[in-house]
Design a protein around this ligand. Structure first.
Ligand code: GDP
Length: 455
């Protein structure tokens, strides 16, 4: 437990209906009594945990605001310490004055994420669960929210823990064998030891393999819509985003800037950019748009190449197909409501993923979604399952996996058991670092520096 009592405004730095000032630490309830007078006259320090009182917050000049004080007693609070939350009116000045009064009474200003850091240090949360708190707050899609909730409820922690447990079993077994060679301990080369290591290796590999796809599922995939003018790119963009944003006209070259939008297509998040139609042009402004569109090709995780199936293929279509082959492309043959004049065999020879849609009549979106899921191999990944959430976690898991493979080859290569033991111990170390059970202060500080003040 930390000695310092910390306090911060936990609600956003903007006017709102309610503002919450959180105070945490040993003595927080007595400190709150210095600034809060309950209507009933009963001091907060006489109250049980999980109870609230209505009253007034004061500073040396008198009352600041009416408020409700909620008392949480250690260890049953967010931080694991004694906590008081003062809920007042959500005016910026009110919140600041309440905080000032609390600080004057002896609290120190909380640093970024310091409440959650204390929750971690007091064993209320694992590091992966604490990291999920920031992900939860910053989630901008349903998938991101589901993933963060899954992680906060310990889905990833349990998965890592089950791998760590197997590793520690093996490590204990090897140590016992080394330390007590005369005892009747099963030989460690036994099938079971190898089996446990192989099983743990496969589980870790599974986690690593789903990292990129998990990120796509949560954060969305950078998607660019390309095609010559008038094939229906803006109409498709508008259909996907569900509202009119791009300008749809019959005049080729109307979309000159890149229009951006994040859309949720049946659980697949697309970070969309509709671009200027790609074609040779003398118009300088339009050329700039075309250049921007082409620059996006290299960085996009998904390209929707739109063709107008109601007209024969043009030289521009062929140029585009040539430019895009071998990239993550879905050929979107638009205007399926009109007679087909497109050379299907040409499209088939360039693209593996092809869908026919009518953007105008809103048909074919389900097939487009299914093709995207198939191209990005998102099938079978669930946002609320155990997913590695960030580079720190990926790095620890990857390190553990490399060391585990080393341990397996050392064991199977018949090397001395001490060598196997060293590798297995390092695997456990990397996994315990992932969950925060064995982690340096520097790593902890870095994780919490990304939090906001008040969380
Ligand atoms: P862009 O230049 O590629 O962005 O094309 P637009 O979205 O501006 O569309 C060009 C023209 O094609 C407009 O008149 C649209 O109404 C029309 N259009 C777009 N999609 C379809 C479709 O699926 N069917 C039909 N019949 N017309 C479409």
């Amino acid at each position: 437990m930390s000695e310092k009592i910390i306090a911060a405004i936990s609600t956003p730095n903007a006017p709102g209906g309610i503002g919450v000032i959180r105070i945490s630490g040993d003595g927080a309830i007595r400190l709150a009594d210095q600034v809060f007078r309950s209507v009933s006259g009963e001091p907060l320090s006489k109250k049980k945990g999980y109870t609230a009182a209505f009253g007034t917050i004061l500073d040396e000049d008198g009352p600041i605001d009416d408020a409700i004080a909620t008392v949480f007693r250690s260890p049953k609070s967010y931080t694991g310490e004694d906590v008081v939350e003062l809920s007042c009116h959500g005016g910026l000045l009110i919140c600041r004055r309440v905080l000032r009064s609390v600080l004057k009474a002896g609290a120190s200003p909380a640093g970024p994420g310091e409440f959650t850091k204390r929750a971690f240090l007091n064993g209320k949360l694992s590091l992966t669960e604490a990291e999920a708190v920031t992900d939860l707050i910053s989630a901008s899609s349903d998938q991101a929210l589901r993933a963060a909730r899954g992680a906060m409820k310990g889905a990833l922690y349990r998965k890592i823990r089950s791998i760590t447990d197997r590793i520690l079993t093996v490590s204990g077994h090897i140590s016992a064998y080394i330390d007590y060679p005369d005892e009747e301990i099963d030989p460690v080369e036994s099938e079971e030891t190898a089996h446990l290591l192989h099983e743990a290796e496969a589980d870790l590999k599974g986690l690593l393999d789903t990292f990129d796809r998990g990120q796509i599922l949560k954060e969305g995939v950078e998607t660019v819509i390309l095609g010559k003018p008038n094939v229906g790119k803006s109409t498709l963009m508008n259909l996907l985003s569900g509202r009119q944003k791009s300008i749809v006209t019959d005049i080729p070259g109307t979309t000159r800037d890149i229009v951006e939008e994040t859309v949720d297509l049946g659980g697949v998040v697309l970070r969309l950019a509709d671009t200027a139609g790609i074609r040779e042009t003398d118009d300088l402004v339009e050329q700039a748009g075309v250049d921007l569109a082409l620059q996006r090709i290299d960085t996009a995780g998904l390209i929707l190449a739109v063709f107008d199936r109601s007209v024969p293929l043009s030289e521009e279509d062929r140029m585009l197909a040539e430019k895009l082959k071998d990239l993550p492309v879905i050929a979107v043959c638009n205007k399926a409501d009109l007679e087909n004049k497109l050379d299907n065999s040409f499209i088939l020879s360039y693209f593996k993923h092809i869908v026919e849609i009518s953007a105008k009549e809103s048909s074919g979106l389900d097939r487009l979604r299914d093709e995207i899921v198939s191209l990005l191999e998102l099938d079978g990944i669930s946002a609320d399952g155990a997913l590695l959430a960030n580079e720190r976690q990926f790095d620890c898991a990857h390190r553990a996996w490399v060391l585990l493979k080393e341990a397996i080859s050392t064991l199977e290569g018949g090397y001395p058991l001490d060598a196997v033991d060293v590798s297995v111990e390092s695997v456990a170390g990397a996994l315990l670092e992932l969950t925060g059970e064995r982690v340096t202060d520097a790593v902890v500080d870095q994780v919490f520096s990304r939090f906001c003040v008040g969380k």
